[in-house]
Design a protein around this ligand. Structure first.
Ligand SMILES: *[C@@H]1O[C@H](CO)[C@@H](O)[C@H](O)[C@H]1NC(C)=O
Ligand SMILES: *[C@@H]1O[C@H](CO)[C@@H](O)[C@H](O)[C@H]1NC(C)=O
Ligand SMILES: *[C@@H]1O[C@H](CO)[C@@H](O)[C@H](O)[C@H]1NC(C)=O
Ligand SMILES: *[C@@H]1O[C@H](CO)[C@@H](O)[C@H](O)[C@H]1NC(C)=O
Ligand SMILES: *[C@@H]1O[C@H](CO)[C@@H](O)[C@H](O)[C@H]1NC(C)=O
Ligand SMILES: *[C@@H]1O[C@H](CO)[C@@H](O)[C@H](O)[C@H]1NC(C)=O
Ligand SMILES: *[C@@H]1O[C@H](CO)[C@@H](O)[C@H](O)[C@H]1NC(C)=O
Ligand SMILES: *[C@@H]1O[C@H](CO)[C@@H](O)[C@H](O)[C@H]1NC(C)=O
Ligand SMILES: *[C@@H]1O[C@H](CO)[C@@H](O)[C@H](O)[C@H]1NC(C)=O
Ligand SMILES: *[C@@H]1O[C@H](CO)[C@@H](O)[C@H](O)[C@H]1NC(C)=O
Ligand SMILES: *[C@@H]1O[C@H](CO)[C@@H](O)[C@H](O)[C@H]1NC(C)=O
Ligand SMILES: *[C@@H]1O[C@H](CO)[C@@H](O)[C@H](O)[C@H]1NC(C)=O
Length: 456
């Protein structure tokens, strides 16, 4: 898929397309279609602590070891190529790691790194440089488990086929820091950069990432996600999945999403509060005709967009819904899946950004939308279903151009004449009793371009 990433520059007379390669250009996913068709079975026995009998062909458990210019390989189920444990330290450079073999227990693979090509556990550390980690049949490339486990992966190639084959995968408080990576995964539930329960922190810089399977995002936040200068594409997932109260920050990233939403952020059980998402100098493009730029369900979250772009063909910038994403990862769930669902409450601060598209809330959900620092928004806000609530606030250097009639609760504007709200002939209804709308004294204010702001 060499036409994968097209960076289009559109000057007046010339059209230039630059192609960025990822590992799927070298090992075609079609060669491994059977692996990539495996749908993970999660009805397997769960064990509550990481067992010490993680099988691996090469075990480093004693002190510090460095290895360069070597090849490590294994072809066995539920068996890692390399295990680093008991506080050991491993340095790899110019190494090839080749792994075959299936996972018979995908919970153990997810929570403890069984079958991962490289599994670093229990306050151990690893520095992996100039290394090629190619796996088939379903295996994470690099797994980090345990408090004080820290793994650095630099200048490396990460390829996988098969399910639950995340590129960088951290759990049990482990941390992975990746730089200059090229990643491709073809299987289901194989995000490029992923944390898992209870928490794993993943930092990634200057990398290219491509995931193809359903349930595979570029980033899966269970713990901290921090990304800088990453060009990515998730063919059948969002850029970010986040479950619960996590923190994801994308700086100077260019990311494309093919399913659900540009981000799909939710609580998978009871609604939680305190999640954060920051997109700075970052562009998210969604491919599907109905995909929103940002999707939130059953969560309470603060979002900051700073010099951010959301490019959608749906015309929907943000959805707040009483919904979540299930383990199938391919639809917006209803009460049939989780009877405890609650509305999403989304607080967004937009800085120095130009955004076009609508805000849509469902059944009790709310979006609070603040435009600061020379932001401009062209769009409307409306209910997808039931009673919903929108608050809009503008500083004096930001502008809102209405694209339809809109009803808000709180309307705050540092320009008390509302001259920075362009009506375009539409009516902006506000709730004169809402705390932050009371300053308008229930008056009707004419808007530039026609239309007016008036009490409900
Ligand atoms: C990590 O430590 C825990 C707690 O001591 C232990 O249960 C587990 O077996 C250890 N894991 C490995 C891979 O040695
Ligand atoms: C650990 O390494 C030290 C120093 O090389 C060695 O003396 C000791 O036998 C090793 N222990 C094990 C269990 O391999
Ligand atoms: C490895 O797993 C595959 C897929 O589940 C299975 O077909 C095969 O029999 C297993 N091999 C062994 C040696 O257990
Ligand atoms: C990594 O290894 C795979 C499998 O051996 C190979 O096909 C690929 O070309 C290698 N990638 C690089 C960048 O060397
Ligand atoms: C992760 O951190 C929590 C909170 O500090 C701690 O309770 C838990 O034991 C840690 N888990 C591991 C696997 O280190
Ligand atoms: C989220 O992570 C960013 C970057 O690491 C950090 O600056 C910010 O303080 C974090 N926010 C929260 C609420 O933890
Ligand atoms: C909203 O949530 C409902 C279920 O609660 C679901 O049926 C619907 O598809 C969702 N729509 C969007 C756009 O999220
Ligand atoms: C809307 O939310 C309420 C709870 O606030 C719930 O009882 C109702 O079933 C929801 N509507 C639909 C269509 O799901
Ligand atoms: C404006 O909203 C109305 C009512 O929801 C809808 O029928 C119409 O298509 C919208 N117009 C535009 C331009 O989006
Ligand atoms: C207006 O705001 C008041 C005060 O918060 C609230 O009680 C009322 O229900 C709101 N009215 C509408 C129509 O949303
Ligand atoms: C308006 O904003 C205030 C202050 O943030 C908040 O308490 C209130 O719930 C919002 N909505 C209404 C309808 O007043
Ligand atoms: C609302 O009334 C107060 C007090 O009379 C006045 O100072 C203020 O300018 C009025 N606001 C608007 C938007 O007319």
């Amino acid at each position: 898929m060499s036409s994968l990433f097209s960076l289009l520059a559109l000057p007046a007379v010339a059209l230039a397309t630059f192609t960025v390669n990822d590992p799927s250009d070298v090992i075609p996913p079609s060669d491994w279609a059977a692996d990539n068709a495996i749908v993970p079975d999660y009805n397997t026995p769960f064990i509550s602590v990481q067992p010490s009998d993680i099988l691996a062909a090469y075990v480093f458990e004693n002190g510090s070891t460095t290895v360069s210019h070597n090849t490590f390989t294994v072809d066995a189920n539920d068996t890692s190529v390399i295990l680093v444990a008991d506080g050991a330290d491993l340095g790899l450079s110019h190494v090839d790691v080749v792994k075959y073999g299936y996972s018979s227990n995908l919970l153990q693979a997810s929570f403890y790194g069984f079958n991962a090509a490289i599994n670093v556990a229990n306050a151990s550390t690893a520095t992996i440089k100039n290394t090629n980690i190619t796996v088939h049949n379903g295996a994470a490339n690099v797994y980090a488990y345990g408090t004080d486990t820290v793994v650095y992966v630099d200048n490396s190639w990460l390829y996988s086929s098969g399910p639950v084959s995340h590129g960088l995968y951290a759990s049990g408080n482990g941390t992975i820091i990746g730089r200059n990576l090229q990643h491709y995964s073809g299987g289901h539930r194989s995000s490029s950069f992923s944390g898992d329960s209870p928490k794993g922190d993943v930092f990634v810089y200057d990398s290219v990432a491509h995931s193809s399977g359903i349930g595979s995002a570029t980033y899966y936040a269970l713990g901290t996600i921090y990304a800088e200068n990453v060009l990515s594409r998730s063919d059948n997932g969002p850029v970010v999945f986040m479950d619960g109260t996590q923190n994801a920050t994308l700086i100077n990233c260019d990311a494309t999403a093919g399913l659900l939403g540009g981000v799909a952020i939710f609580s998978s059980a009871v609604r939680t509060s305190g999640a954060t998402l920051t997109l700075r100098d970052t562009k998210i493009t969604t491919l599907g005709d109905t995909m929103p730029g940002l999707w939130f369900g059953n969560t309470i979250i603060d979002v900051t967009l700073e010099n951010a772009q959301l490019v959608t063909s749906s015309g929907v910038l943000v959805v707040a819904n009483y919904s979540q994403i299930t383990q199938d990862f391919d639809y917006y769930a209803s009460y049939a899946d989780n009877s405890a669902l609650q509305p999403a409450e989304v607080s967004m601060t937009v800085k120095a950004s130009t955004l076009t598209g609508d805000l849509v809330a469902y059944n009790g959900s709310s979006i609070s939308w603040t435009l600061n620092d020379y932001s401009t928004w062209t769009g409307a806000a409306y209910s997808g279903y039931g009673d919903v609530s929108f608050d809009v606030a503008l500083d004096r250097h930001s502008t809102w151009t209405l694209a339809n009639t809109t009803t808000v609760q709180n309307l705050t504007d540092s320009d008390s004449t509302l001259s920075n709200i362009v009506g375009n002939g539409y009516t902006l209804y506000y709730n004169a009793s809402a705390v932050l709308s009371q300053w308008l004294n229930g008056t009707t204010v004419s808007l530039t371009g026609g239309g007016s702001a008036q009490p409900i």
